[in-house]
Design a protein around this ligand. Structure first.
Ligand code: FE
Ligand code: FE
Length: 488
């Protein structure tokens, strides 16, 4: 029989339970079906018609290609010759993303067992195998480079530490990849994060890595993206059905996850695109890429489902101009707390590019860099390092003052139970308010510091607590050579 003759029958294979009832085998906490009646799931459909035999054949070819390129790149010792900015981007990616792929294995496995439709459970098995492949590819690539750069140890290590940026990544992704129902995870992860945002990390980064000469990294990213494009499709039918039966829940989930994804990409992708990528290799700014690939697309998705634009749209547009510049400045200034060497990316040529792409850049961020440059050139290095911790948001875990521009630094506060919570922005405060019990018990790095969990209570104690060792501790990628531009 050819595939089309048996496919629909095979993927709808299901049976009537006799030893337990339906609710015991598929508890609502796991499926997340809520107000959606079970009859609605017969409409769940996705466009990728894959059989196991085809899946294995195609994946085998992809893996053979990716591992061959990886081997050649390793033998040529290509990584040593790359621009330090690109090296930083690769180290940041591997530390922050390799274990996220492993977390995605668990999410897809949860769909394969608990999703409320046999079709969905069937396709999720491929998604789970995809994510195993991604985690292994990232780890294998990182392992190849260990002798050249100990920072790649963080591909495994990062998620077992208290490094502040990793805690921010985990706060969001533990929540959606590990701790949510099938319906919530599919809307937040498959639709918003994978279909929307990771395009940017995988497509734009793959192109930039290829231009920078990092053939191995580029190849791995592209190979992963072909899988993501397929299994991310689980998000659309799920969100569509949810929107039909519980419009408010669909809107809230999409609005919350869009903002949370943005904050994550402010941290990981924005600095890599607009500061670490060598300026002559940049094709689009973070903002341009976001606008073309994500903003229009997301609005179309909402419109198709009869949902509204997020209520915080004006703040989002302002945040797109500023959030990643703020976080880049913070990451660079607190560079000993990173596991790689960030580049400042503010030489005169780079600064011209920044101002051209972001007309408000000088007013909010240039003034702060000028202060750093003055101290570096005067040999006042003590003042070019942090002495304190920044106040952090109790939702996204990122510093207050990094969501908007320099003229919108007001923290938002909520009293819940016995304590006061601080937020970097109104959307973060709103997300906390959607389900305060879910977030109230979590302590951010500053909360833990004040509770005495970090000893001794200074930078050294904080670095030890974050797992930062001297062989990886971040310093300026170009040994401050860019600051000389301004001394003349
Ligand atoms: Fe993946
Ligand atoms: Fe994925």
């Amino acid at each position: 029989m050819n595939r089309d003759e048996w496919y629909d029958l095979a993927r709808d294979l299901d049976w009537t339970l006799s030893y337990v009832d339906e609710k015991q085998a598929f508890p609502d906490e796991w499926t997340g079906a809520g107000a959606i009646p079970s009859s609605a799931w017969k409409d769940w459909d996705e466009p990728f018609r894959a059989s196991y035999r085809e899946y294995v054949r195609v994946q085998r070819e992809k893996d053979a290609g990716a591992y061959a390129v990886k081997e050649a790149f390793k033998r040529a010792r290509g990584f040593d010759r790359l621009d330090p900015g690109h090296q930083a981007a690769a180290m940041l990616h591997m530390g922050a993303v390799a274990m996220v792929e492993q977390m995605a294995v668990h999410m897809e496995a949860r769909f394969a067992r608990f999703a409320p439709s046999p079709r969905w459970r069937n396709i999720a098995v491929y998604g789970m195998l995809d994510e195993i492949r991604h985690a292994q590819l990232n780890l294998s690539f990182s392992h190849d480079l260990l002798k050249q750069a100990p920072q790649f140890d963080w591909a495994v290590k990062a998620f077992h530490t208290n490094e502040w940026g990793i805690l921010a990544v985990r706060h969001f992704l533990d929540d959606t990849l590990l701790g949510s129902s099938c319906v919530d995870s599919a809307v937040v992860t498959n639709l918003t994060l994978e279909h929307g945002f990771t395009n940017m990390q995988f497509v734009a980064f793959a192109a930039a890595a290829m231009d920078a000469g990092d053939v191995g990294f580029s190849n791995i990213l592209s190979s992963i993206q072909t899988d993501e494009a397929r299994h991310a499709q689980q998000g659309f039918p799920t969100a569509g059905i949810l929107a039909r039966f519980d419009r408010k829940r669909a809107q809230d989930l999409l609005d919350a996850s869009f903002w949370r994804s943005l904050r994550l990409f402010h941290l990981l992708t924005g600095p890599a695109m607009d500061y670490y990528t060598p300026v002559h290799l940049r094709k689009q700014s973070f903002k341009e890429f976001m606008t073309e690939w994500i903003v229009h697309h997301h609005l179309r998705v909402l419109d198709d489902m009869g949902l509204a634009k997020p209520w915080y749209w004006d703040q989002f547009m302002l945040s797109l101009e500023h959030g990643h510049h703020a976080l880049h400045l913070g990451m660079w200034f607190w560079r000993p707390t990173l596991w790689f060497n960030p580049c400042a990316g503010v030489s005169r040529v780079e600064r011209e590019w920044l101002v051209e792409k972001y007309p408000g850049w000088e007013d909010s961020w240039g003034v702060l860099w000028d202060e750093i440059i003055r101290n570096v050139n005067a040999g006042n290095m003590g003042k070019a390092y942090p002495e304190t911790l920044p106040a952090l948001c109790n939702l996204c875990q990122l510093p207050l003052g990094t969501a908007l521009d320099r003229h919108h630094l007001r923290p938002y506060t909520t009293t819940y139970g016995p304590r006061l919570y601080h937020f970097c922005s109104e959307p973060c405060q709103w997300i906390f308010g959607l389900d305060p019990e879910r977030y109230a018990g979590h302590m951010n790095v500053v909360d833990r510091f004040l509770a005495g969990q970090i000893q001794p209570m200074n930078l050294e104690g904080a670095l030890e607590w974050m797992g930062i060792t001297h062989d990886v501790m971040g310093n300026d990628a170009f040994q401050y050579r860019w600051a000389k531009d301004y001394a003349r």
